[in-house]
Structure formats: structure tokens, C-alpha cells
Design a protein around this ligand. Structure first.
Ligand code: S6P
Ligand code: ZN
Length: 188
């Protein structure tokens, strides 16, 4: 948890975010993603070769309901598990808190799913921002050859709910195809 009361300028890199007092560093390895990648055999094969890092994120979390903002930087390494690209777990925000993403490097896809089951997949590119409405679960997929790095900014009074979307499953999957990323509909 942080309490930032002075103006702050940060380079969009994990190291500079980590240098802020109270920053929380998170690492998600293959072994943390067992319930997330669809091809469990491919995951077990990859794990046998080593428990590699899939993504890291550093959060500067501030708590409060009076307009306080939290923010964090995520870096997803490039890679595949079977034909599925490296991706985040994905979550809903409780209380419907909106979020803004800004990509600094890499290529990817933002997969979104509303509480009513509407489903979207939006290409992500450096220099572009993405608005995630509060009632939409969101997952980020790295479809490029290099790191996908992005800034996220969200309200201080939300919690992250991973269970609901894990139970329901995202309705779109981003796979490596013969000519680049292929977005497949899992249902609906
Ligand atoms: C937080 C925001 C991001 C993610 C991060 C990791 O609201 O959406 O900072 O936390 O990209 O993804 P996940 O799904 O593992 O939290
Ligand atoms: Zn979020």
C-alpha cells in the first residue's frame, strides 16, 4: 500500500515503479497459471523445462473512496503455452470501478467480457490507450515477439475479483495462427 501525497514522475518501466516506497511487486510464473491456459498438457510440458515467468506487475495501491487512484505497470513476456499466447489471469473489479490502460511497448489483445456475457477483443499497440468500463472483466494477451508493457490506472476503492471470471471462463481465446494471432470464440 502507498500513500502518495507529492507529485510524482515515473518512467514506464518495472524498475522505476519498484523504486517507490510501498510498491508491491508480483510475478506470475507458469505454475501460477495452471487453471488459466487451456492446454494443460502443453503447460505441463513447458513446466518440465522450467517454471518461467509469464508476467510481472508492480502496483502502487492507494486506498480510499474519495477519488484516490491506484496504478501499476505490467510486463508480459512473449511466449506460447501450446498455441495460446502468454496472458494475464484476468479479473472483474468489484463496485464497477473503471480502468484506463496505456501501452508503452509491444503488441497484444485486450479481451473483455461484461457481466451480461458480451465479449470483445481489441488490438493493443504502443502509444494507444484503452478504457475498461467497470462491469467488464479484462485479460491482456501478448501476441508479439517482445515484451508487452502497459500502465493501468484504477480507482482506489475497488477489489480485484479473479474467481468469477475463472469460473465462467473468457469467451474468446487468442491463439497463434498460420498468419498471426487468431481469435477464437469459445461460446456465444
Ligand atoms: C489492475 C489492472 C492490471 C492487472 C495486471 C495483471 O486493475 O487490470 O494492473 O492487475 O495487468 O493482471 P491480473 O489479471 O493478473 O491482475
Ligand atoms: Zn483491472
Amino acid at each position: 500500500m502507498t500513500n502518495i501525497t507529492e507529485p510524482l514522475s515515473l518512467a514506464l518501466g518495472l524498475a522505476s515503479f519498484r523504486s517507490v516506497e510501498g510498491a508491491e511487486s508480483n510475478v506470475r510464473r507458469l505454475s501460477d497459471m495452471v487453471d488459466y491456459f487451456a492446454d494443460n498438457e502443453a503447460l505441463q510440458r513447458a513446466l518440465a523445462a522450467g517454471d518461467r515467468v509469464v508476467y510481472e506487475f508492480v502496483e502502487l495501491t492507494q486506498e480510499g473512496s474519495d477519488g484516490v487512484l491506484s496504478f501499476g505497470l505490467t510486463r508480459i513476456r512473449p511466449g506460447l503455452v501450446g498455441r495460446e499466447y502468454h496472458m494475464t489471469k484476468g479479473h472483474f473489479h468489484t463496485h464497477g470501478g473503471d480502468e484506463v490502460y496505456l501501452v508503452s511497448e509491444g503488441r497484444g489483445v485486450l479481451v473483455l467480457q461484461s457481466r451480461q456475457g458480451d465479449c470483445r477483443a481489441i488490438d493493443m499497440a504502443p502509444g494507444s490507450m484503452y478504457f475498461v468500463p467497470g462491469q467488464w472483466a479484462h485479460r491482456t494477451v501478448n501476441t508479439g515477439d517482445g515484451d508487452l508493457t502497459f500502465l493501468a490506472v484504477w480507482p482506489g476503492d475497488i477489489e480485484h475479483d479473479y474467481e468469477t471470471i475463472l469460473r465462467e471462463g473468457f469467451c474468446k481465446q487468442v491463439l497463434e495462427g498460420p498468419d498471426g494471432p487468431l481469435i477464437t470464440e469459445l461460446r456465444g
